[in-house]
Design a protein around this ligand. Structure first.
Ligand code: FAD
Ligand code: NAD
Length: 477
């Protein structure tokens, strides 16, 4: 094998593997370096997302949602008797899905002619990449261009050090193989709510401690308020303004010490998940003379097109600024591969959908009402509840709403925020509309099939001008 490549990508997560495939498709001689190996020493592709993130968490969410629906099938007249969950089988199913997908990437690399270099990648000066294999052998490769896609790792907190089988990060949380009686979660963010939901559905008493006083501060206030109401009904006990001060292990139990507005408290749980955010993974990635700089928060410093300070070196995904989302990482990978191949490419950072896969799901794209008001933008807002959707009623899935925000002067859609059973699918309609610069009227004039849950998007667009059909409009225009 010649040791000179057009492109070397470091990291095979959704940023890196997508960048590598795109670069190879564009005719560039491409290699991808990945350090992750399984217990047999075989390379593990797909990064956080496929192995210990998006996919396994969604597999568990789907299994427990099906369990919950079966338990409540009586609403359709279906009599089931006692419904039980084989947790080990659920976890094995999750592992099988992960195995299929990660193996699939190896196949895609082969099909596209991407060379996989197993080992720890380190960027040296002049776009040289040193790869140190698991057995310690180091090789150096040269590249015209390097893409750093080293992702992120969970933040750890001193009061709750990870403890095998008891105090867990996101990876450990995905492998709990029997239903705990009591689960503590530190952090009411995306992982906390998703993993909390998995176990609450199986009957675990779930307590979530959130340091901030405001619930889901990143979401539109209407979404956060509705979600808080629904999670309460689902028996997720979310304590705001609660800071963990220490943990004590007593046999198989954990005593969690925390303070909230009322003072110092304690809680005894059987498992504790720490989900307080993630930080960029750059340890050992850069030599002192690589020319790449980190910003003040430890992220690799890049411009709007993911160029680092070192010419010909790019960085993408969780290790650079912006939301830590798989689709953001992948789109950056595609943009950078296109730029390297000499094409014009840019990414629209204003239209990146966010989703929390609880049930109902929380999804949004664009700006919140609060952000737009703070910017002094005159807006009009339309909101349509799923309770008024025939299809949602048929599915017995009527919680939530679609909220659309448009510019008062231009009618352009500036944000769409949803709580709903399949909000993760509906939000794509809003993202497409916003990407094409649609106005609320464009969606009002679009024909939506009946009966579909998507009609709520149509109705929310109509509601922007007080013209929703299947509800009484508060504001008439
Ligand atoms: P990663 O996926 O972290 O991949 C980086 C890869 O680089 C890893 O394989 C790592 O081993 C490798 N690497 C690092 N350094 C080196 C080196 N020096 N040499 C060689 N290899 C190296 N996002 C969503 O959009 N939707 C979701 O539903 C979702 N769910 C999630 C659930 C959980 C529990 C978690 C933890 C995350 C979730 N995310 C989700 C976030 C998503 O996983 C990340 O945004 C995404 O994986 C980032 O992709 P990446 O390629 O930048 O990094
Ligand atoms: P997060 O940033 O979503 O939430 C962390 C929460 O922990 C915040 O609410 C924060 O205020 C709180 N917190 C921080 N320190 C605390 C402390 N000491 N005590 C109590 N609370 C504390 O982070 P996460 O849930 O760990 O997820 C990490 C990243 O992974 C997210 O940024 C997200 O982008 C990504 N992710 C995405 C999805 C998805 O897209 N559905 C799912 C899971 C994870």
């Amino acid at each position: 094998m010649s040791d000179k490549f057009d492109v070397i990508v470091i990291g095979a997560g959704p940023g890196g593997y997508v960048a590598a495939i795109r670069a190879a498709q564009l005719g560039l001689k491409t290699a991808c370096v990945e350090k992750w190996v399984d217990d047999k020493g075989a390379p593990v592709l797909g990064g956080t997302c496929l192995n210990v993130g998006c996919i396994p968490s969604k597999a568990l969410l789907e299994s427990t949602h099906q369990f919950h629906k079966t338990q409540h099938a009586d609403v359709h007249g279906i009599q089931t008797g006692d419904v039980t969950m084989d947790v080990k089988k659920m976890v094995a199913r999750k592992d099988k899905i992960v195995g299929n997908l990660t193996g699939g990437i190896a196949g895609l690399f082969k099909a596209n002619g991407v060379t996989l270099l197993q080992g720890m990648g380190k960027l040296l000066a002049n776009k040289q990449v040193q790869v140190t294999a698991a057995d310690g052998t180091a090789s150096v490769y040269a590249a015209e261009n390097v893409i750093l896609a080293s992702g992120s790792v969970p933040v750890e907190i001193p009061p709750a050090p990870l403890t095998e089988g008891l105090i867990l990060d996101n990876a450990g949380a995905l492998n709990i193989d029997e239903t705990p009686k009591r689960l503590g979660v530190i952090g009411a963010g995306v992982i906390g709510l998703e993993m909390g939901s998995v176990w609450a559905r199986l009957g675990t008493e779930v307590t979530v401690l959130e340091a901030m006083d405001e619930f889901l501060a990143m979401a539109d206030a209407d979404v956060a308020k509705e979600a808080a109401k629904i999670f309460k009904k689902q028996k997720l006990d979310i304590k705001l303004g609660a800071r963990c001060t220490g943990t004590e292990i007593n046999g198989k139990e954990i005593t969690l010490k925390y303070t909230d507005a009322e003072g110092a408290k304690e809680l005894v749980v059987d498992k504790l998940i720490v989900a307080v955010g993630r930080r960029p993974q750059t340890q050992g990635l850069l030599s002192d003379d690589s020319g790449v700089k980190l910003d003040e928060r430890g992220f690799i410093f890049v411009d709007g097109q993911c160029r680092t300070e070192a010419p010909g070196v790019y960085a993408i995904g969780d290790s650079v600024r912006g939301p830590m989302l798989a689709h953001k990482a992948s789109e950056e990978g595609i943009m950078v591969a296109d730029i390297i191949a000499g094409h014009h490419a840019q990414m629209n950072y204003d239209v990146i959908p966010s989703i929390i896969y609880t049930h109902p799901e929380l999804a949004w794209v664009g700006k919140t009402e609060k952000e737009l008001k703070a910017e002094g933008v005159a807006i009009k807002v339309g909101k349509f509840p799923f309770a008024a959707s025939g299809r949602a009623m048929a599915a017995d899935d009527t919680d939530g709403f679609v909220k659309m925000i448009a510019d008062e002067a231009t009618d352009r859609i500036l944000g769409v925020h949803m709580v709903g059973g399949i909000a993760s699918e509906l939000i794509a309609q809003a993202a497409i509309a916003m990407e094409f610069g649609s106005t609320a009227e464009d969606l009002q004039l679009t024909v939506f099939a009946h009966p579909t849950v998507s009609e709520a998007v149509h109705e929310a667009a109509l509601a922007v001008d007080g013209h929703a059909i299947h509800m009484a409009n508060r504001k008439k225009r």
